[in-house]
Design a protein around this ligand. Structure first.
Ligand code: ATP
Length: 588
């Protein structure tokens, strides 16, 4: 199972060259243009010292300077323009690449099985689309900078050899020492970047988990405890980032120092050669300008590989996430959508067992039951009996370890996931609302748009008409941030959503836990209406809400103890009788 979700290991990863080509192949036209502009900027930069040499020579020979100055200005302006255009195009390619990756990751994350998302953690997943996506953006920039920097260094050295080979040898020795030093620092920085990204993921994970649990944190005055744990994560991030910053700060210092040593060596050697008449002043000036120009390119070369590796490491983390198998089967697209069998039960469980990932004991052990095509089925039993797990299996949030489940006459595995869920409305214990308007929240289960009359009828049925009318923009009020609903109102919104859906089966997990007496009565009448034409399966702790159920499934410790209607279970099932008695309900 774990292997199925793992991304390719380092040994299986294609070489950097292949991976780069893959990253950069999306917009070849723009990339070539950006490279051509960058090439033009490099050519202009290479031409400038030669023009300087010409001007110095013309000064010495008292020749007019007009054309040279004009050429120099033109080269400077053209070089700057080409550099800007290249930068703009690269930024555009980088942003589009980041956009594509982000949207892929977000869509893929939404399609992962619930258990996998929980195991990954929301903060970790968020880090993929924030910090990792940003690191990846620099790949485009660096991947184009590197060949140009290499070209600049080689071309500059060739021109330097042409001007004076002795000075070039001195320069190469000085720059080689400088490059080795910078490479040593960059190697250590590579490991540091991975450490920083891990620390960012960890802090994002804990912070988002704490925000989700903010009510509990406040209620138990746990802010200091939570803040301490976050501060410890922040401290870990600070420490690892500081190491990186220290190493990073060394690079410009080493570069400056190396540059200065190279300069001193070249000036001393050049001075001696000037005195000996082996080189002209103009050529020496041009040589010094080339030397100054080489250092930034050497720096780009030395640091660029590290940045490239960091970007590709971020890409690896994103790839690992993208390699996690989505919950839909690959065959779903080819599978014909089954037509519900009219006379089949809505749901049949045959010897179904299930163990939650990481749990020692099975949550369900060989449970078998069936529910009628229409009517109300109540699933009852003590806490931890396996009721919610049973509902999750019907909607295929999880899959049975053994046994089979049939939905509307077809094996659940034969339903394409989308088609299966279109047949089922699910109201969970959290009565979750999306960050969207009240109208959008109500429409969630619909294949077509519900008109205002349908929405009004559903709101009226759950007693929410006035509550929604009171919202600042009525049905079009965005919910979830400033405007939110109470627990009971959310619960009723979730019921209205189920009412509006086209589903044949309605699963309700603890739908009355936050309803007052009046709304509980309303709930009963809604469920009666729903159950007239659909199968309604309700998990309920409060037996009063389900005692009119046509069918009751009594569960305990992962097994179905008994099933039947309320009176017959009262008659023959002691655990059910005890459950009823514990809720002070009449046993007859
Ligand atoms: N995500 C999970 N990971 C591990 N074990 C789980 C998970 N969810 C549930 N369980 C375990 O599976 C068993 C059945 O849980 P389930 O939530 O289905 O029971 P329930 O009857 O709905 O309980 P309750 O009435 O308290 O909601 C319990 O022992 C529970 O601890």
């Amino acid at each position: 199972m774990a292997d199925q979700h793992a991304g390719p290991g380092p040994a299986q990863r294609p070489p950097v060259r292949v991976r780069l080509r893959r990253e950069l192949s999306a917009e070849p036209g723009r990339l070539v243009c950006a490279l051509l502009f960058a090439l033009a900027a490099t050519a202009a930069a290479l031409a400038l010292p030669l023009l300087v040499r010409q001007i110095v020579t013309d000064f010495a020979d008292h020749r007019p300077l007009g054309t040279d100055v004009l050429l120099m200005c033109a080269a400077a302006v053209a070089g700057a323009g080409a550099q800007a255009l290249s930068g703009f195009l690269l930024a555009r390619i980088g942003e589009r690449m980041t956009y594509r990756l982000r949207t892929r990751i977000m869509e893929h994350s939404l399609r992962l099985p619930l258990g996998v998302v929980r195991a990954q953690g929301t903060g970790e997943l968020t880090a993929r689309i924030t910090s990792d996506a940003l690191l990846l953006r620099q790949v485009v920039e660096v991947a184009t900078q590197l060949p140009l920097a290499a070209l600049t260094v080689v071309a500059t050295l060739l021109v330097m050899v042409w001007i004076d080979w002795v000075l070039t040898v001195v320069t190469v020795v000085a720059l080689a020492v400088l490059t080795v030093l910078v490479l040593l620092i960059v190697r250590r920085m590579k490991a540091n970047v991975t450490g920083q990204q891990d620390a960012v993921g960890q802090i994002a994970q804990r912070f988002s988990a704490n925000l989700d649990a903010l009510t509990t944190i406040k209620a138990y005055r746990a802010e200091p405890v939570a803040a301490r744990a976050l501060a410890a994560d922040a401290e870990r991030l600070r420490a690892v980032s500081l190491d990186g910053a220290r190493l990073g700060a060394l690079i410009p210092a080493v570069l400056t120092l190396g540059n200065q040593f190279a300069m001193i060596a070249v000036i001393l050697t050049g001075g001696a050669r000037l005195a000996a008449g082996a080189i002209q002043v103009a050529a020496f000036a041009a040589f010094l300008l080339y030397l100054l120009q080489t250092v930034p390119s050497i720096s780009t070369l030395a640091t660029g590989f590290g940045r490239l590796q960091a970007g590709l490491a971020a890409r690896d983390r994103c790839n690992e996430l993208l390699a996690l198998a989505p919950e839909t089967d690959p065959q779903d697209a080819e599978r014909p959508v089954p037509v519900p069998r009219p006379d089949a039960p809505s749901v049949v469980f045959r010897a179904v067992s299930f163990t939650h990932a990481g749990a020692g004991d099975a949550a369900l052990r060989e449970i078998s039951f069936s529910t009628a095509r229409t009517g109300l089925t109540a699933v009852v039993g003590p806490s931890g009996a396996g009721k919610s797990t049973t509902l999750s299996l019907i909607d295929r949030f999880i899959r049975p370890s053994t046994g089979s489940i049939t939905v509307l006459g077809h094996d659940a595995r034969h339903w394409p996931l989308d088609a299966l869920r279109a047949r089922i409305a699910y109201v969970d214990q959290a009565f979750t609302l999306l960050e969207a308007t009240a109208r959008e929240n109500l429409q969630l289960g619909r294949t077509d748009r519900a008109d205002d009359d349908e929405l009004a009828a559903a709101l009226d049925a759950v007693g929410l008409t006035e509550d929604i009318a009171r919202l600042p923009q009525g049905l079009d009020t965005p919910l979830g941030r400033e405007s939110d609903l109470s627990g009971g109102q959310r619960q009723r919104m979730a019921l209205a959503r189920a009412l509006l859906s086209d589903a044949d089966i309605v699963l309700l997990d603890e739908p009355t836990s936050q309803l007052d007496g009046l709304n509980e009565q309303r709930f009963r009448s809604i469920v009666t209406d729903l159950a007239a034409t659909r199968a309604v399966i309700v998990v309920a702790h409060r037996l009063s809400t389900v005692q009119h159920a046509h069918h009751v499934i009594m569960m305990n410790q992962g097994t179905v103890v008994d099933a039947g209607d309320h009176p017959s279970l009262l008659e023959r099932c002691t655990p059910y009788r005890e459950l009823v008695a514990s809720q002070a309900m009449p046993v007859r």
